[in-house]
Design a protein around this ligand. Structure first.
Ligand code: SAM
Length: 190
């Protein structure tokens, strides 16, 4: 039972691209109400449910409150674009690095398409800064974006930092929704 249908988008991406593996450390940005974290907890084995497999960890962060979830550590009423948060996360991570950064974040839509696009892109840039601080070499970043004038610039920056960057539109994402995801893999640490 997932807290939100959005779980199926992450499941779909993970089935196709094997992003989450047992033992991985995951940071889930914009985690409320917690469905992606539920998927991550299962797939990285952060409750240790499978004692035969390595045990991972999941940290979820959101501006909103998130109800507790076994296997996840939630930081709520927190803004991931705040650089102080980056330091807090670094301290919480088991080996000071993450294997995967997930982001299903979105700002509250203003209704002005280009403005919303620009705001979400600038949040993605802040995730890229977070990645530079704590993603391990070879790690992955999944981030939601809305298409627009700055998509190209964002993709260029991702391509500079990751060896493999692709756009993914999960089938589970409603057709009328303009959301897309960048899946950036094989992080090159500068
Ligand atoms: N993936 C989640 C799930 O499966 O349950 C759903 C995420 S929801 C679509 C987007 C979330 O991003 C919202 O809960 C919102 O509060 C959060 N968010 C937006 N801006 C944020 C920021 N700067 N820092 C942290 N969370 C943010």
């Amino acid at each position: 039972n997932y807290r939100c249908r959005s779980a199926f988008k992450l499941i779909e991406m993970d089935e196709k691209y094997s992003i989450l593996k047992p033992g991985f450390s995951v940071i889930d940005c914009g985690a409320a109400p917690g469905a992606w974290s539920q998927v991550a907890v299962q797939r990285v084995n952060s409750t240790g449910e499978r004692p035969d497999l390595p045990r991972g960890s999941v940290i979820g962060i959101d501006l909103l409150h998130i109800a507790p979830l076994e296997g996840a550590h939630f930081l709520f009423n927190q803004d991931i674009t705040d650089a102080n948060m980056h330091t807090v996360l670094q301290r919480l991570l088991p080996q000071t690095h993450a294997d995967v950064i997930l982001s299903d974040m979105a700002p509250n839509a203003s209704g002005f398409r280009e403005l919303d696009h620009e705001r979400l892109v600038s949040m993605c840039f802040s995730l890229l800064e977070l990645a530079e601080k704590l993603l391990r070499p070879g790690g992955s970043l999944v981030c939601k974006y809305w298409d627009g004038a700055s998509t190209h610039k964002l993709r260029e920056h991702l391509t500079h930092s990751f060896r493999d960057v692709r756009t993914v539109k999960p089938k589970a994402s409603r057709k009328e929704s303009a959301e897309l995801y960048f899946l950036a893999r094989m992080f090159r640490k500068m």
